[in-house]
Ligand binder design. Structure first.
Ligand code: PLP
Length: 365
């Protein structure tokens, strides 16, 4: 019996093999490999896709977050509100700039509980970082209202939410900056590391272009201490191919999700739900189970691979010991870390593979 992997990136490649290979060859033969026509075209096309005015290609999603706070002038002595149950990169984007993350517990949809934000706002709060976790849009109207009321910057971590909307508006376009990762496993994935920001603010877009290229607008004239976070031509080109097929790719995953939602019946397993007004693009299909570790081992014995996103919440990570949190301070976040499990879900997943996952989950006791 062939093992079902949590994800199969090869299937996504073979689906459009000819187009990807042609694009890679074109770029290789072009003689231009960093910040060229592919990057410019991708930036235009991705901005149009999200509905934002500007897109700036970067080297990774983490760079997008780090540079977002840097460009907004958020650093030492400032606080940024973020949900507790996110991937560590969201938090690193804040702390690399010297700012302090202020954690808020998640809601039943694994996103920030917007009712718990206001109590965490202090004089030091400069921004809210919203993470549309696992591919579901957060409750953006509440968050936009809070940002307006307290004059806070709004940054969106859309590393997992390409194409997901709240009340018809694409994630990434609600605030000052939307940060995207195109890590290969993402719904719009490159074939290596890649990232981008989107914004409606011309000044932010211009500053990002300077920061990503050693702080220079004009070659060898360095205005600020920037970094090297440029998008490779080959990745930009391959992303353009992926973007052309984005709707089709996302519909396919949504169909698998609908099948899982309709066919998985087990009182021990809680299926993901989508909140009113939001869409879910199922970057991950995350279930909850109080016997999670036993379920994981059981599936593994049946040649079904799963992943925990994420086993250690950032406030308990060794890297963040200096923040001084003890176990028990964020009980919902910590409970999720003990109960969540991402089951196999990918483009090109066969019916047989889907059925094996469903049957195994239904038979778990
Ligand atoms: C929620 C979240 N934020 C940020 C990132 C960072 O993206 P990258 O791996 O491209 O640096 C990721 C990627 O894994 C992510 O899942």
């Amino acid at each position: 019996m062939e093992r079902i992997q949590p994800n199969r990136l090869d299937r996504g490649f073979y689906k459009y093999q000819e187009e990807f290979e042609q694009k890679a060859l074109d770029v290789l033969r072009s003689g231009w490999y960093i910040l060229g026509n592919e990057n410019t075209s991708f930036e235009e096309e991705y901005a149009a896709y999200t509905g934002a005015k500007y897109c700036v290609g970067l080297a990774s999603g983490l760079d997008a977050l780090c540079l977002a706070f840097r460009v907004l002038g958020i650093g030492q002595g400032d606080e940024v509100i973020v949900q507790g149950n996110t991937y560590i990169a969201s938090v690193m984007g804040i702390t690399i700039n010297g700012a302090t993350p202020i954690f808020v517990e998640p809601n039943a949809y694994f996103n920030i509980n917007t009712k718990k934000i206001e109590a965490k706002i202090t004089k030091k709060t400069k921004a809210i970082l919203v993470v549309h976790l696992y591919g579901q849009a957060s409750k953006m109207d509440d968050i936009v209202d809070l940002c307006k009321k307290y004059k806070l910057k709004l940054v969106e971590d859309c590393a997992q939410s390409h194409g997901a909307c709240y009340k018809g508006q694409m994630t990434g376009t609600f605030g000052d900056i939307g940060c995207f990762s195109f890590y290969p496993s993402k719904n719009i994935g490159a074939f290596g590391d890649a990232g981008a920001i989107v914004t409606n603010d011309e000044k932010i877009a211009a500053a990002m272009k300077i920061y990503r290229n050693y702080g220079s607008e004009k070659r060898y004239y360095n205005k600020v201490i920037g970094t090297n976070s440029r998008l490779d031509e080959i990745q930009a080109g391959l992303l353009r191919v992926r973007l052309k097929h984005a709707t089709e790719l996302m519909c396919e995953k949504q169909e698998i999700a609908q099948k899982y939602l309709a066919a998985i019946h087990n009182a021990l397993i809680e299926l993901p739900s989508t909140q009113e007004g939001a869409t879910h693009i199922y970057h991950q299909f995350v279930i909850r189970c109080s016997k999670r570790d036993a379920l994981m081992a059981y599936l593994n014995d049946r040649e079904i691979g799963t992943i925990i996103h994420y086993p250690i919440p950032p406030h308990l990570a060794e890297a963040y010991q200096y923040l001084g949190y003890q176990e028990g301070v964020f009980p919902i976040t910590e409970q999720y870390a003990k109960e969540v499990l991402s089951i196999p879900m990918y483009n090109g997943m066969t019916e047989e593979e889907q059925n094996r996952v469903i049957e195994a989950l239904n038979a778990f006791s």
